[in-house]
Design a protein. Structure first.
Length: 324
């Protein structure tokens, strides 16, 4: 038997049944209504404006023969001369080569390390053991690079404990801390030791969001732990992996300024000079502000282009990426 029609439905316009007309409040009333929330966000907004957006105006130095005592307005404009001189300098291309080599090694060795560690921690049955191991692997993240480099020197240096122990057994590995041939692998190992545990946080959170019913169904169907990881866990955290990979590609020309600066003199600029140290020594130390700013601007533009390209590629494969 048909239900009686609601008389209010007849008064609503066609196509808008069940929706109430909303009157947009004026801006002043919305600001007053959300005053507490806006004040709460104000420190964060000011931080990004003061330390990220306003300094972007300093990129004009890349197109000037900048002199600090003349300032932005009176320093002569030279157009693209700084970029031309930069591209013609062999030291710049050596820094680019070292940066790309270190980035490639870190993408192959460092980027998968937190994922593997998160999978191992998630496989532990005892919660107490899991929390203890998580606490232990998180701690190195809070150590400064000065402390980390000093610890590695005490272990792998010429008089380090491991080096001395191996020499007593007839094995000589030399001074690993001053070997240019192993330097790129050394700083990758330092980064893994320091930040691998901290990097597992986001992957563990992503794994925790996977429906446990999928694991139970797979186990009932006879799937082993390896198949459950391959067909359930990894597909479940794939969007997070792709998002972090895209962000890492955008930061491909930044491989750790402080870490490398502390060890640059020990192995020499030929092996340890990267984009960040090149900008520091040519800009801050040598006072060539225009060329160093041009190098920094090129690094930012290349990183931004890589983010756009990688995000577009993720969309082609049906993933969300960093943004839509």
């Amino acid at each position: 038997m048909p239900q009686p029609r609601d008389p209010e439905d007849a008064e609503r316009p066609a196509g808008r049944k069940g929706k109430k007309n909303r009157i947009r409040q004026p801006l002043r009333q919305r600001l007053k209504r959300d005053k507490a929330l806006l004040l709460f966000c104000l420190p964060g907004v000011l931080y990004f404006v003061l330390f990220f957006y306003l300094p972007l105006a300093g990129n004009v130095i890349a197109f000037q023969d900048y002199q600090p005592f003349l300032g932005f307005k009176q320093s002569p404009f030279v157009g693209m001369a700084n970029f031309t001189a930069l591209l013609a300098e062999p030291e710049f291309w050596s820094a680019v080569s070292n940066t790309l080599q270190i980035t490639a090694i870190q993408l192959l060795l460092y980027f998968p390390a937190p994922i593997a560690l998160a999978l191992l921690l998630n496989s532990l049955i005892s919660e107490k053991i899991k929390r203890f191991i998580q606490t232990v692997v998180y701690l190195p993240h809070f150590l400064s690079w000065v402390v980390v480099v000093a610890m590695f020197k005490q272990v792998l240096g010429g008089a380090g404990s491991v080096t001395t122990l191996l020499m007593e057994h007839g094995v000589s590995i030399g001074n690993v801390m001053t070997d240019p041939g192993t330097f790129k692998f050394l700083i990758t190992a330092q980064a893994i030791w320091k930040d691998c545990g901290w990097g597992t946080i986001i992957f563990l959170a992503s794994i925790a969001s996977i429906d446990m019913g999928q694991y139970e169904s797979a186990a009932m169907d006879g799937a082993g732990w390896m198949r459950r990881i391959w067909h359930i866990t990894l597909p479940g955290i794939r969007p997070v992996i792709l998002m972090l990979l895209i962000l890492r590609l955008g930061d491909i020309l930044s491989v750790g300024f402080e870490q490398i600066l502390l060890q640059r003199d020990a192995v020499g600029p030929d092996a340890a000079e990267v984009m960040d140290t090149y900008v520091y020594f040519h800009g801050v130390v040598d006072g060539d502000w225009g060329m160093s700013t041009a190098a920094g601007l090129m690094k930012g533009v290349i990183g931004f282009a890589l983010i756009l390209a990688a995000n577009k590629l993720a969309h082609r494969f049906g993933e969300q990426g960093v943004y839509r």
